[in-house]
Design a protein around this ligand. Structure first.
Ligand code: ADE
Length: 237
């Protein structure tokens, strides 16, 4: 998969994209990611990319010219048709289902807004899928693009390593993860549930499923839970 990120701040992506699972995926050739600055396509000597809104109002808007030019330049470097994504709080809510769908695309182009937003003609003049990472407003689309890249790249075959592959599959079951413990068995009087020390894999799997269902019902009653025995808890955190 190739991902192009179009942004005013390409430098904020470097540390994240070279670290941990995303970094390994890039290093291993599962994904390539290029960040391109709108400012490189500004039309004046001040490298302006924003201007005041017609009709008045606070803040500045990203102008059409540099955005269209950046996009056209980036897209001229490759063949094929990218899936274009505009990160905006007005977009469709990001879910694991959307992530899984996007993870099958060979080429994604992500447009990050900044300031008060975009000239509306960027939305209407470019076929884009508008995506929001939640009902809150960030100062720019960059953190949202990083969230999206992380969620997508970890789904690429081989990104998590063999021992995590099965867990990946079960994400679609849509339940929260069961509680997990590591050493020591007793930490300040807080002990690990006996069942996890029993060595009985059937019992452990049953306990985990049950815990995952209970936790999901309690914390996220809005999440659809399918047949109980098809549950494979994975949604971390
Ligand atoms: N840009 C600003 N806020 C955003 C959000 N919640 N999701 C995606 N992009 C954004």
């Amino acid at each position: 998969m190739h991902i192009d990120v179009l942004t005013l701040f390409p430098e904020v992506f470097d540390p994240y994209l070279s670290t941990s699972i995303v970094g390994r995926a890039v290093e291993g050739g599962l994904a390539s990611i290029d960040c391109t600055s709108f400012r490189d396509f500004a039309h004046d000597k001040h490298r302006s990319v924003d201007d005041r809104p017609f009709g008045g109002g606070p803040g500045m808007l990203l102008m059409c010219g540099p955005i269209f030019d950046t996009l056209e330049d980036v897209e001229s470097r490759r063949t094929g048709e990218p899936v274009r994504i505009l990160l905006t709080p007005q977009g469709e809510p990001l879910t694991q289902r959307v992530v899984a769908e996007l993870a099958t695309a060979p080429w994604l182009v992500m447009l990050c807004g900044h300031y008060e937003g975009f000239d509306e003609r960027i939305r209407t003049g470019i076929p884009v899928r508008e995506i929001s990472i939640g009902d809150y407003v960030l100062s720019g689309g960059e953190p949202a693009a990083m969230v999206l890249i992380d969620a997508i790249v970890r789904l690429l075959p081989g990104a998590l390593g063999a021992e995590h592959a099965a867990a990946d599959d079960s994400f679609s079951s849509g339940v929260l993860e069961h509680p997990q413990y590591t050493r020591p068995r007793d930490f300040r009087g807080m002990t690990v549930p006996d069942v996890l020390l029993s060595g009985d894999h059937g019992k452990i799997a049953g306990w985990r499923s049950e815990q995952a269902i209970q936790r999901t019902h309690r914390r996220r009653p809005d999440l659809a839970i399918d047949k109980p025995n098809s549950l494979r808890p994975t949604a971390s955190g």
